[in-house]
Write a protein that binds this ligand. Sequence first.
Ligand SMILES: [Zn+2]
Length: 389
Amino acid sequence: MYELLIRNATLIDPAQNIHARKDVAFTRKHVAAVKDTIAPSEAHEVIDGTGKLLTPGWIDLHVHVYEGVSHLGIPADPYCIARGVTTAVDAGSAGADTFAGLRKFIIELSQTRLFALLNISSQGMLAMEVGELDDIRWADTQKALKVIEANRDVILGVKVRLSRGAIVSEASGFRPLLLARDVAEAAQLPMMVHPQDAWTEHTDDIVNLLRPRDVMTHCFNDSVIGGILNPQGRVHESVLAAVARGVSFDVGHGKGSFMWRVAETALAQGFSPQTISSDLHYYNYKGPVYDLATTVSKFLHLGVSLDDAIAKVTSLPARFLVRDDLGTLRVGACGDAVLLDLQRGEFTFHDARDEVRVGAQKLEPVVVVKDGKVYVGERGDKKTSRAHT
Ligand SMILES: [Zn+2]
């Protein structure tokens, strides 16, 4: 007897190359069966997915959920798992001095399966007014390594932000990237780089330092320094070379990092991000980001196929996690799934500069399953109009 069965939905599981009507059953936290037909009598709980899409639980590689400590923090569960993201990565809200709290009070108490990237600044991202690398003494590589060693089960890599002024002082310059890379190298983990407006003159300086599995997030930001487009509007050669050697480019929509014009220009040249992430945080969860489903819907509007878009929030981020039991619904994998409505109509999508496109499709999560159980917890307030933050 299975514990849970989802019947009659169209299963999209890019890791298994499946796009077909299937029934999926769960038992003891895992996927127990994927078949053309499973009788309802074989399960204790049955959900009818007729007319819906079923995908593995989504993975968001870039969120900020250190609520109550980081100025960016929002509660994870109403905005991650309640919206189909069963696994999320907090991208540098905590550093070596603040990580213990993220682990104890957020990671261990959330229903969303959470991992973290450790900020190279040991304070993490505490305040808007004082940048985490205003003073380079915050970048303590030995401390970072020690915290990584003690928390390898949840720390997946190192995060560094390079923006001049608000985050990195002139005196710190370009050094944070080199220090983050030293730590990542010593820990044999990847790093995620937030590159825009860095203290350098060229995107090449940043991208050429990225190693296979490193991630450049905010890839559709329109900054001249750290953006993927050169002044002629072409994707930098260094970016294409980085993709070829296994560097990932990640969306990280955020409040200031997804511009329709940049995404449209890059996609028209054949450049597509490896992963779609939200960079969901306090200043964008009421718009323009809302959630990962809205972000993915924007890529459907950009012409990314449904299967590719789902891969960019399931199988591809699972590779970054080095977890072959996440981001897929193969038998034996973690029992994480999302049942989605692919709504059709006219949907207004804002980018980070308030430019609007009207899309014809929108993905809406309707049932979320984690570890083989339907999530019934709190769902965050989802406003349809754009908030002023
Ligand atoms: Zn972020």
